[in-house]
Design a protein around this ligand. Structure first.
Ligand code: HEC
Ligand code: HEC
Ligand code: HEC
Ligand code: HEC
Ligand code: HEC
Length: 232
């Protein structure tokens, strides 16, 4: 008997049941996937004011302005902020920069908004669904998670687009294994350094390298995996 009906056959009903549940999950995940608006997807890049919007590659890249010059609250508050038009006008007022006239066509939307005392209608790029109630920027930044790990190489982007899908699996992948992404907290806004450094570390031990282990040990709290931490 045992030769004709090998033992593993006994497991068949269980496998079939798992298959059925797996199918259901597949359907619902597929449904969620197809229902997910473009807004939440990697690659999302809305059209910004002025056509080109805010060229990070010039300001944060070529000119090397630190992220916190504009995103002033990113280390102090759960929400990162977008700078107001006065921050732009400080450099882009008429007569301010040597080549201010040559820039007029591309920065007129800045001067117009300032003149009318209006804010620039930036279109939001990254947005979590409302049922994710807790995403604290400052906790991540202070722990040594770089902007690069979540937003990609912003210093090279003429217009910001979303690099990662930012779904639940993405958050949890890092929360289960944060060591691979941690850098010294004073380096989090040096995106070019971080990209090179993390690449080099991946070649030389990754999460098991002495530096990654030391950074992990220095965290005050381990990243949470309980539902309530992000959903309540
Ligand atoms: C001179 C000001 C300035 C500097 C410096 C700056 N940013 Fe920005 N940033 C902006 C403005 C204005 C926007 C809104 C327009 C847009 O989304 O492109 C923005 C948008 C963003 C967004 C997208 C926000 C959204 O809607 O989801 C991210 C992410 C971002 N910046 C990250 C960075 C990082 C990382 C750095 C440093 C490497 C940096 N920024 C430096 C002004 C600045
Ligand atoms: C610290 C000074 C400074 C601040 C603050 C600043 N810019 Fe600029 N911006 C510059 C300089 C300098 C250039 C020219 C860079 C180059 O071409 O090498 C420039 C270039 C630009 C250009 C491209 C102009 C062209 O002709 O291609 C745009 C658009 C622009 N800035 C928008 C903004 C906006 C919007 C803000 C506010 C969120 C802002 N800038 C804040 C200094 C600044
Ligand atoms: C751990 C991942 C992570 C890190 C690290 C991170 N961000 Fe974000 N960022 C996000 C997520 C997720 C959102 C969307 C938040 C939401 O919808 O509440 C976001 C949104 C933003 C926004 C848009 C805020 C708004 O109100 O329009 C800006 C600007 C921003 N981040 C800048 C930065 C800068 C600058 C850094 C580095 C100093 C940084 N972020 C580090 C994940 C991250
Ligand atoms: C690249 C790594 C990384 C990613 C991606 C990431 N996190 Fe975290 N997160 C961390 C680390 C590290 C900590 C622990 C920080 C600490 O407490 O020192 C943390 C802590 C947290 C905490 C606890 C905050 C507190 O007050 O203790 C929340 C909530 C959280 N993350 C939410 C999220 C959500 C939501 C996402 C996805 C949108 C996300 N995280 C994506 C690394 C990450
Ligand atoms: C580290 C933060 C974090 C934790 C912990 C977490 N979630 Fe989520 N969850 C998210 C984010 C972010 C999304 C949004 C996904 C998207 O935009 O596609 C999400 C989405 C969901 C959804 C919507 C469907 C889906 O899969 O996208 C459900 C249901 C859900 N979470 C349940 C849970 C349960 C149950 C737990 C505990 C076992 C949990 N979550 C733990 C961050 C978290």
């Amino acid at each position: 008997m045992s030769l004709i009906f090998p033992k593993w056959l006994n497991a068949l009903p269980t496998l079939a049941a798992i298959g059925a549940v797996g199918g259901l999950i597949g359907v619902s995940v597929g449904g969620w996937y197809w229902l997910t608006p473009d807004f939440f997807k990697a690659g999302y890049q809305p059209k910004q004011p002025g056509g080109i919007g805010f060229p990070h590659h010039l300001h944060a890249g070529k000119l090397g302005i630190d992220c916190r010059y504009c995103h002033t609250k990113v280390e102090k508050s759960g929400e990162a902020n977008i700078p107001n038009v006065a921050t732009c006008y400080g450099c882009h007022a008429e007569n301010r920069l040597a080549n201010w006239e040559a820039q007029t066509r591309n920065v007129s939307f800045v001067r117009d908004a300032y003149g009318k005392d209006e804010s620039i209608p930036w279109r939001r790029v990254h947005k979590l669904p409302d049922y994710v109630h807790n995403f604290p920027h400052h906790v991540h930044v202070k722990a040594g998670v770089s902007c690069f790990s979540c937003h990609g190489q912003i210093t090279a982007m003429p217009t910001v687009h979303q690099v990662h899908g930012m779904g639940m699996g993405w958050c949890l992948d890092c929360h289960r294994n944060p060591a691979a992404s941690l850098v010294p907290p004073d380096k989090v806004t040096q995106l070019v350094w971080v990209e090179e450094h993390l690449k080099e570390r991946a070649r030389t031990g990754g999460a098991d390298s002495p530096e990654a282990k030391a950074l992990l040990a220095s965290l005050k709290n381990q990243p949470p995996q309980n539902c309530g931490a992000c959903h309540y």
